[in-house]
Ligand binder design. Structure first.
Ligand SMILES: Cc1ncc(COP(=O)(O)O)c(C=O)c1O
Length: 383
């Protein structure tokens, strides 16, 4: 599996911190605020009470599976059978289970380039053929039925399509009608759609947040407590499974990990309290304010095109001209020099797009406001 280019930047960030130098980290895709109060208090109470916290069923605690079904009623007006909710070790765990259950070696699975690198790397490790769809501004950096037709025409049928909306690194979203069209295309071509919806709840523009199960429950929906609820380290996510995959995923989950983290599962039930939704919504409002600040300062940075930042907390930007002017080799070298000279850490695009990412960077605004402001000031002065 290829290592991430951002690792070099993170090593350099650590060296700077060790040396007592300033760092303005705009590279981590991680909310800083932590879990909702109710979740933390419940976890503390369970530990205090000396609960044994042993293994749970492989697909998770029934009470949490029911709570997740309730979440789909609340957000999407959808009735979900809790028996088709699989609790997983982060959405990362859901991808491994979903890909293992749905695809076999040699299967062709399409995804957007630029995109989240783990999909590509996990699928490759499982022996699937990854079909990268070159998604640019014209497609809002998202797969379209036309791109899928072209991929079939060029190389044969697709067993699957992986979609993320809002996406990482671009933050772009497909809206309801676009998602409906992709679901219809997949149904018509006997192609399994895997819909990564882990950034739902963190939406900034006027695009509608749409769930793939509103269109077709033969799709696999993947989500997580990591982003909207800020629970990255609790390692808890879930998948909504097509009827015929619930059994296979149960067997796989039991064999691979026995069960997802038990303390996190118990505590996560409280993520669905009114207070937790209110806290998560307040965090999302904070990201929206950060996005406004960033868009306001963007002209002063002298960057090229940026992907429309519909949601999540990322801005993906073309800095190829800046790289060329500076005489740097690529965005990795440019980001390394930026960090060295200003203390600002960005993520080079190569991790998301091995072809065109050499000229792009991802800025994460999931940081605190002071760090974002200071980082943007340094960036404008450096540009
Ligand atoms: C698009 C996307 N999907 C999935 C993940 C994995 O998140 P987790 O395993 O914490 O749910 C990430 C993490 O950054 C991501 O950006």
């Amino acid at each position: 599996m290829p290592p991430f280019a951002v690792m070099d930047i993170l090593d350099a960030v650590q060296r700077r911190r060790d040396a007592g130098l300033d760092v303005f980290s705009l590279c981590a895709g991680e909310p800083g605020g932590g879990a909702p109060t109710d979740v933390r208090e419940h976890a503390a109470a369970l530990l205090q009470a000396g609960e044994p916290l042993g293994y749970t069923p492989a697909l998770g605690l029934p009470v949490l599976r029911r709570a997740i079904a309730g979440h789909y009623r609340r957000w999407y007006d959808l009735e979900v059978d809790p028996g088709r909710v699989a609790i997983t070790t982060g959405s990362s765990g859901a991808f491994v289970l979903a890909f293992l259950a749905a695809f076999g070696p040699g299967d062709r699975v399409a995804l957007a380039r630029p995109g989240y690198p783990a999909y590509r790397n996990i699928l490759t490790a499982l022996g699937c053929e990854v079909v990268e769809l070159e998604c640019g501004a014209g497609e809002r950096y998202q797969p379209t039925p036309e791109l899928l037709d072209a991929a079939v025409g060029a190389g044969g049928p697709l067993a699957g399509v992986v979609l993320a909306s809002p996406a990482n690194p671009t933050g772009t979203m497909v809206d309801g009608p676009e998602l409906a069209a992709l679901c219809a295309w997949c149904a018509e071509h006997d192609t399994r759609l895997v819909s990564d919806e882990i950034y739902h709840g963190i939406v900034a523009g006027d695009r509608e947040q749409a769930c793939a199960w509103s269109h077709d429950d033969r799709t696999i929906v993947v989500s997580s407590f990591s982003k909207y609820w800020g629970m990255t380290g609790w390692r808890l996510g879930w998948a909504l499974l097509p009827e015929e995959l619930a059994g296979p995923v149960d067997a796989l989950a039991g064999n691979l990990a026995l069960c997802p983290p038990t303390l996190s599962q118990h505590a996560a039930v409280r993520a669905f309290s009114e207070r937790s939704y209110a806290e998560a919504d307040a965090a999302a409002a904070g990201y929206r304010a950060h996005r406004e600040l960033l868009l306001e300062r963007l002209p002063a940075l002298g960057w090229g095109a940026t992907a429309p930042a519909d949601g999540a907390f990322y801005l993906y930007a073309d800095v190829a001209d800046r790289i060329r002017e500076a005489g740097d080799r690529d965005a990795v070298a440019w980001c390394a020099r930026l960090l060295d000279q200003t203390g600002v850490a960005l993520t080079p695009g190569a991790d998301f797009d091995a072809v065109d990412g050499v000229g792009w960077v991802r800025l994460s605004y999931a940081t605190d406001t002071a760090t974002l402001r200071a980082g943007l000031e340094r960036l404008s002065a450096w540009s």
